[in-house]
Design a protein around this ligand. Structure first.
Ligand code: AMP
Ligand code: MG
Length: 403
């Protein structure tokens, strides 16, 4: 049995053999995708000197406190005015500054008497205030968004300002999923007798989508060797990049997923990792002439399937595609957590941020046992308890994986 770090190294090594396909998409369609190019500004931002306030634009002279109004400039409606030290123009936020003006005085500091505008008594002004200078935010040719970021709405602001109506992003990976087990029924059915709903199928399909990739369902199959083999063969021959199965990778009599995968030409890279939950996880590669694949045989327990997807599949894909993102958070533990074995545990936790202390805190969301779905739905992170740890005390700092 290998450990967590070794397992991740093997996965990342195999994953990096998958070619990153670059495609161009409309800006509206790039949310959640990974930027595959550095983006440079093609204009200065702001493109011209402009007013940061509603007020008047003047040519500063510290001895002058009153001006005659000679015109008006609103945003997008520039008109040329030649100012001397005794004249001003009314200017609105975003309005282009007349070249002869250097200072803006906000309307709140002024009194108006017809065409005469004066500073309120006691108000002091400084040369150059409330003017946003051309290029002060970005200048032509400056790198504004870096390749490797996962695009969120705040990046869209910058990409649109740079005129990127089309963006180069990495194409989504196609990730197929098959769930196995005689006990499984569709979630629309009421499970009778010894049956359970195949919740893993939906959890993992949405986990794949949430991670920004394309999910493809191969449905569910009972513990029937021939039918399972048929389903796996069709998945391996499809155009997916990664194939996920759940169930049937442990040591039970009907756990034949590993055997079938190997028989169909998959090469096992590891089986079983020293972790909890999720120990029976299997990782293989499948090389054929068309599209090579990675195969993850995840355990059937819903929590194990979810945890192993996050720590092995999602985290490594993120590392490979979104080199700029560091997901793990260091937080102060609110509870004592004990463990008896020398496995690495991924315990469900509830992470909160305390702005007044600028620090994260994490509480134990419940059992590490594999089947505890209730604690999983309360959790927003996985607390990492390293192999050698037997007791983490309240107040200690721990590493958490956001989920
Ligand atoms: P297995 O890994 O096949 O031994 O399954 C381990 C446990 O997970 C068993 O209790 C199964 O009933 C349960 N299980 C397997 N597949 C699923 C699934 N798709 N959804 C929910 N539970 C499952
Ligand atoms: Mg099973």
């Amino acid at each position: 049995m290998i450990n967590y770090e070794e397992a991740n190294k093997i996965i990342l090594r195999e994953l990096s053999k998958i070619t990153k396909r670059i495609i161009e998409v409309d800006l509206q369609d790039c949310l959640g995708r990974t930027l595959a190019e550095d983006v440079f500004s093609d204009t200065d931002q702001p493109p011209f000197d402009n007013s940061a306030m509603d007020g008047i634009a003047i040519k500063f002279n510290e001895n002058i406190r009153s001006w005659s109004l000679i015109g008006e400039i609103s945003a997008g409606n520039y008109e040329h005015f030649e100012l001397d030290e005794n004249s001003c123009v009314r200017i609105m936020t975003g309005g282009k500054m007349p070249s002869s003006a250097d200072t803006v005085i906000p309307v709140e500091l002024l009194a108006e008497y017809g065409k005469r505008i004066s500073l309120l008594s006691d108000v002091k002004i400084k040369k150059g205030t409330h003017v946003r200078k051309k290029g002060s935010d970005l200048f032509v040719g400056m790198k504004s968004v870096e390749s490797g970021i996962k695009i969120k709405s705040n990046h869209i602001s910058m990409l649109s300002a740079c005129g990127e109506s089309k963006v180069k992003v990495y194409d989504k990976l196609k990730i197929g999923l098959l769930v196995t087990g005689d006990e499984l029924v569709e979630i629309s059915e009421i499970p009778l007798g010894d049956k359970i709903r195949a919740s893993n199928l939906y959890t993992l399909l949405s986990s794949v989508k949430e991670s920004g990739h394309e999910a493809l369902s191969f449905g569910l199959v009972g513990d029937d060797r021939e039918l399972t083999e048929e389903k796996i063969r069709s998945a391996l021959n499809s155009d997916i990049d990664i194939f996920l199965t759940t169930g049937g990778v442990s040591v039970g009599k009907y756990d034949f997923v590993k055997e079938i995968l190997e028989q169909l030409g998959c090469e096992t890279k590891f089986w079983r990792v020293n972790i909890k939950p999720g120990k029976p996880v299997l990782f293989c590669t499948f090389n054929n002439d068309s599209r090579s694949k990675l195969v993850f045989g995840l355990p059937g327990n819903p929590v194990s399937a979810f945890v192993t997807f996050n720590i092995f599949v999602k985290n490594n894909i993120d590392k490979y595609f979104n080199s700029k993102e560091n997901k793990n958070i260091i937080a102060e533990l609110n509870d004592d957590i004990r463990k008896k074995d020398r496995k690495r545990h991924f315990s469900r936790g509830i992470l909160t941020y305390e702005p007044s202390l600028a620090r994260y805190f994490v509480s134990d969301a419940g059992s590490v046992s594999s089947g505890n779905m209730a604690s999983l739905s309360k959790a927003n992170c996985l607390i990492i308890l390293k192999e050698e740890t037997s007791h983490l005390r309240k107040g200690e700092m721990v590493e958490c994986i956001k989920i």
